[in-house]
Ligand binder design. Structure first.
Ligand code: AP5
Length: 209
């Protein structure tokens, strides 16, 4: 099962991808998480990526394509994977077509005003990577699952978020038509409760809708 989630920053792709990949026992391949790990490790790739991420720009296609090709070539992705945040440009989509064919693309739609609110309130666990909105938390400094400290992503500042939204519209939104023309795109409204959205996505993937 080869699934991809597309949607603007803050649509809930990561939140849903954790649940859906676990339901099918396939790896969650998030290019954003992979790049943040490279930054944390201080690698050359991470340093290069940071200069783009901090401005709300996309990291160059060739870097990302090689990273994903290597990741989905690993043994744990033999029976499928869930791509979250890739492809993000037409060049990336065409490159992916050369090394893997997607079965299903889920387009998660949320209005812009909700996106900014969601991202600006996001807190991420420094240890287990769990993602929350501050409104869900009694203690905004510690992860309710593992107790480690929560942090705010450097690219979650309002002005950077607006730039990321504008990059999404220009470079990534056209992929909705790209996959719609192939008959594998499904729209999901991403503005309800988290459990309700998971059920809707699973129903689409299982062919029940
Ligand atoms: P990436 O990490 O992929 O960021 P993004 O696509 O901008 O998406 P987000 O992680 O911001 O949002 P999400 O949709 O996953 O939402 P989440 O579930 O966290 O990329 C970061 C950067 O890396 C890019 O800007 C770029 O520079 C670079 N990059 C990555 N991939 C690349 C590529 N392929 N090519 C080039 N560059 C690349 O939820 C957000 C918030 O909302 C959370 O607080 C959450 O708790 C809350 N929430 C979730 N669902 C709900 C709900 N149903 N109701 C209420 N709140 C909710």
């Amino acid at each position: 099962m080869r699934i991809m989630f597309v949607g603007p920053p803050g649509a809930g792709k990561g939140t849903q991808a954790v649940r859906v990949s676990a339901a099918y026992g396939i790896p969650h391949v998030s290019t954003g998480d992979m790049l943040r790990e490279e930054i944390k490790n201080g690698s050359a790739l991470g340093q290069k990526a940071k200069s783009y991420i901090d401005k709300g720009e996309l990291v160059p296609d060739d870097v990302i394509i090689e990273m994903v090709k290597e990741r989905i070539g690993r043994a744990d992705a033999k029976n499928g994977f869930l791509l979250d945040g890739f492809p993000r440009t037409r060049t990336q989509a065409e490159a992916l077509d050369e090394f893997a064919r997607l079965d299903t693309v889920i387009n998660i739609y949320v209005p812009d005003d909700k996106l900014v609110h969601r991202i600006c309130g996001r807190r991420v666990c420094s240890e287990c990577g769990a993602t929350y909105h501050e409104s869900m938390l009694q203690d905004v400094r510690h992860c309710p699952k593992c107790g480690a400290s929560l942090f705010i992503r450097d690219d979650d500042k309002e002005e950077i978020v607006k730039q990321r939204l504008s990059v999404y519209k220009e470079k990534t939104q056209p992929l909705i038509e790209y996959y719609s023309e192939r008959g594998i795109l499904h729209d999901i409204v991403g503005s309800g409760g988290i459990d309700t959205i998971t059920k809707a996505i699973l129903a689409v993937i299982n062919g029940e809708k």
